[in-house]
Write a protein that binds this ligand. Structure first.
Ligand SMILES: C[S@@+](CC[C@H](N)C(=O)[O-])C[C@H]1O[C@@H](n2cnc3c(N)ncnc32)[C@H](O)[C@@H]1O
Length: 293
């Protein structure tokens, strides 16, 4: 079969409620890559179908061809954003990859918090915060060492590309099953139970909230922040990007980190040795002395 014929053909999808050709797949993959950096290879065609089929039903469309016309058109910006949000993976949990929080607590936060106590400025960034568990874990770690941290110049920026995730993170309401990984002593201090007729949910208390500012931010876009960061978390998102995009963003982190700043990345991500970082602990990097900043 010729390559071009293969491209015209239907993607074999279970059920097949909507016609979905390889050329539809390629257009969607191209738009998702351009808008978010996320790479969708042909092995992801079924995933694309199953994630977007709900959008087609909601919009009352008859085929993926119609959907492609919509998202590639000049009035398609909102749907492009919804499409990208549908294609993101938002899995997260409190104190995920706990070794980062242990390292910060033992080796990084003591001097940062001293600085804050002396009136200095401390900034951290959870740069793909999903539904908020990561920045709240950072805030809880800070509060475990410094109960009055919200009264100092110490802030955590929590951002994500997906507006739905930022809204969920800002709401800060979690089901009891999501709280298992929060240490018991912190649970009592930092969560408020909310009882409705059918269920109990837990809301993050005021102190951790006061430490965090939530924003929508696409890592591919220009970053509006002026000052530098002492700690950046960029975990379990670069894995979805191609190498060139990853390296570009690693270097942008180098430019926005304080000279002794720390960058924590996901368990299956790596920063090439040729860039400005050196490994100081498990998936934890510091700028090389004298690295361009
Ligand atoms: C798997 S979650 C990671 C959450 C958290 N960092 C963790 O490790 O548990 C990946 C998040 O990256 C976000 N994301 C994907 N592409 C992005 C981009 N270009 N800019 C900012 N966030 C992005 C997704 O919306 C999703 O919430």
């Amino acid at each position: 079969m010729s390559e071009s014929l293969h491209r015209q053909q239907e993607v074999p999808v279970p059920g097949g409620e909507f016609a979905f050709s390889w050329s539809d797949f390629r257009m969607i993959a191209g738009l998702v890559h351009a808008g978010s950096g996320i790479v969708l290879n042909e092995g992801k065609a079924n995933l694309v179908y199953s994630r977007l089929v709900k959008r087609l039903r909601l919009l009352g469309l008859g085929s993926f061809r119609e959907y492609c016309t919509l998202v590639s058109g000049k009035d398609g910006a909102d749907e492009r954003q919804a499409m990208i949000a549908a294609m993101t993976t938002n899995v997260t949990r409190f104190f995920r990859e706990e070794h980062h929080f242990d390292y910060l607590k033992a080796s990084v936060l003591p001097s940062l918090l001293d600085r804050a106590r002396r009136g200095g400025r401390v900034r951290m960034w959870s740069s793909a915060c999903s539904s908020g568990e990561e920045p709240y874990s950072l805030a809880l770690t800070v509060l475990s060492l410094m109960g009055d941290a919200p009264d100092h110049d110490l802030l955590i920026l929590a951002s994500d590309l997906d507006p739905n995730m930022v809204a969920r993170a800002r709401a800060g309401t979690y089901d009891v099953r999501q709280l298992d990984s929060i240490p018991h002593d912190l649970r009592a201090k930092c969560l408020k139970a909310q009882r409705s007729r059918s269920a109990i949910s837990y809301e993050i208390a005021d102190a951790p909230r006061r430490l965090i500012r939530f924003r929508e931010l696409n890592l591919l876009d220009p970053w509006p922040m002026k000052g530098r960061f002492d700690v950046i978390f960029c975990r379990n998102v670069m894995i979805y990007f191609d190498e060139e995009t990853q390296n570009r963003i690693w270097q942008r982190f180098a430019q926005i980190l304080e000279p002794d700043g720390i960058l924590c990345i996901g368990h299956s991500e790596r920063i090439p040795a040729s860039l400005s970082f050196e490994l100081v602990a498990q998936t934890t990097y510091r700028l090389r002395p004298g690295a361009v900043a």
